[in-house]
Design a binder for this molecule. Structure first.
Ligand code: ATP
Length: 231
């Protein structure tokens, strides 16, 4: 399913004034493809991702998944939480794993919270851990994994609910260049396999050689879209 942002604006209160963090952003991420969102610090990338995730209500504009308008300025918190649980997977800058759970249990808990039936969840979790290259560590807790392995578990966890949209914030910031490139390539491959429309915020353009498209933000506005597939 495609992810589409139409004329999304996000305005924060700023003392007596306001601050426009996202200004009239229009963007489509086709199903199964990965778009990288680049731009300097403060450009509005995380704010745009927060709107797409239903974590922050847009001040204007809409977010659609597969042609359904799912988030608007009038969307309730209960509704945006439901959209996030049912249709969106997220990977944060730090993996945010639960210290007491093993890798496979992190995925099982997530599937449970997303209302998946228990039958088949363990098999699906193992399949995803295998796809991200950490199946051998399924029984380990986060403290027994490297930073890159933890990030891979977080990616597998984001996909266990079979989300239509995958939103990824700076997945490589804690990794060296080689591992960062591996993680980005992994996300791109999984997006293709699962059909998830994937939007990935990154500071590091050097890890993004294989993304399908790149969007740059500057001063709250989307500056340009470069379609690397046809460039
Ligand atoms: N909760 C908030 N309340 C008020 N202003 C905010 C809030 N969150 C972000 N901002 C402001 O909105 C603007 C965009 O911030 P945002 O975090 O989206 O940028 P970014 O491009 O993700 O930056 P970075 O790369 O440093 O994470 C900045 O001027 C920031 O100070």
């Amino acid at each position: 399913m495609d992810l589409r942002l139409d004329h999304v604006t996000l305005v924060y209160p700023d003392g007596d004034a306001t601050l426009t963090a996202v200004d009239d952003a229009c963007l489509t991420v086709p199903a199964g493809t990965t778009t990288a969102l680049l731009g300097p610090s403060g450009a509005g990338k995380s704010s745009l991702l927060a709107v797409a995730a239903g974590l922050t209500r847009p001040s204007r504009g809409t977010v659609s998944i597969g042609g359904d308008v799912v988030l608007t300025p009038a969307t309730t918190v209960a509704r945006s939480t439901r959209v996030r649980l049912e249709r969106i997977g997220m990977v944060f800058q730090s993996p945010q794993l639960l210290g007491s759970l093993t890798a496979v249990e992190q995925l099982e808990l997530h599937a449970h919270l997303r209302g998946r039936r228990p039958a088949g969840v363990r098999a699906r979790a193992m399949e995803l851990l295998d796809a991200v290259g950490v199946a051998d560590h399924a029984g380990r807790r986060p403290a027994q994994l490297s930073g890159g392995q933890r990030q891979r578990v977080a990616i597998a966890r984001a996909l266990v609910g079979r989300p239509e949209v995958l939103l990824v914030d700076e997945p490589t910031s804690a990794l060296d260049h080689e591992r960062g490139t591996q993680v980005v390539d992994l996300i791109i491959g999984l997006a293709r396999e699962t059909g998830a429309a994937t939007l990935l915020v990154s500071h590091d353009a050097s890890t993004l050689a294989t993304v399908d498209a790149t969007v740059r933000m500057l001063d709250a506005r989307i500056e340009e879209t470069v379609d690397l597939a046809t460039a």
